[in-house]
Write a protein that binds this ligand. Structure first.
Ligand SMILES: [Fe+2]
Length: 195
């Protein structure tokens, strides 16, 4: 599978979008950690000759929750779809689709940048790297009072995350999902800010 080559935002543009949509410090820290996990997977896949677009992974991870704070007082909006709109309107429609899918991942999503960001997000609570199981224990604790439909949705997402985990680690020899709990900080954002 050839790497995608979409137009991607510079560090300056990412930070401007963060500021424009009121990204809170805790959401920024969460996004950095998701980026760490996603880039570690990108590297492990590359070591196994499975090459993905590093900048797409990085930009997607940093922007996946760009609309989270913006949507906090707008319960009728979905942060992933607002995020898609924001990123697409900034001139990055492919990246916008990744942002939309970090919540609603299609059943037939191939192992690509979108899948990595989806999974990395499911391995981070706040800014801590945890197992998928621990992440969903947290989700049940916070949203466990939801409607039956809401609970069913969480259960579906949890199962989907396990499937995606298998889909990724099938291509990574000698490493296990637990190994992500011991990674060091990745050198995030290797691009110079654009003027
Ligand atoms: Fe997230």
């Amino acid at each position: 599978m050839p790497p995608l080559t979409p137009e991607l935002p510079s560090r300056t543009v990412i930070m401007r979008l963060w500021d424009r949509y009121g990204m809170l410090p805790n959401i920024k820290n969460h996004s950095f950690q998701v980026c760490n996990v996603a880039l570690t997977l990108w590297q492990w896949l590359g070591e196994n000759n499975y090459y993905l677009n590093r900048d797409m992974v990085e930009s997607g991870a940093l922007l996946h929750d760009v609309a989270k704070a913006y949507c906090l007082d707008k319960p009728h909006l979905s942060h992933n779809l607002e995020g898609e709109r924001i990123v697409a309107e900034a001139g990055y429609p492919e990246l916008g689709l990744l942002v939309a899918r970090h919540v609603n991942l299609p059943e037939d999503q191939p192992l690509d940048e979108t899948l990595l960001v989806f999974y990395a997000d499911k391995r981070v609570v706040g800014d801590k790297i945890v197992s998928v199981k621990k992440r969903y224990q947290y989700v049940y604790k916070v949203y466990g009072q939801n409607s039956e439909e809401g609970i069913a949705r969480i259960r579906y997402d949890e199962n989907r995350s396990y499937e995606v985990e298998k889909q990724i680690f099938r291509h990574i020899c000698g490493r296990q999902p637990e190994d992500l709990c011991h990674i060091r900080s990745f050198n995030i954002i290797n691009k110079e800010p654009a003027c």
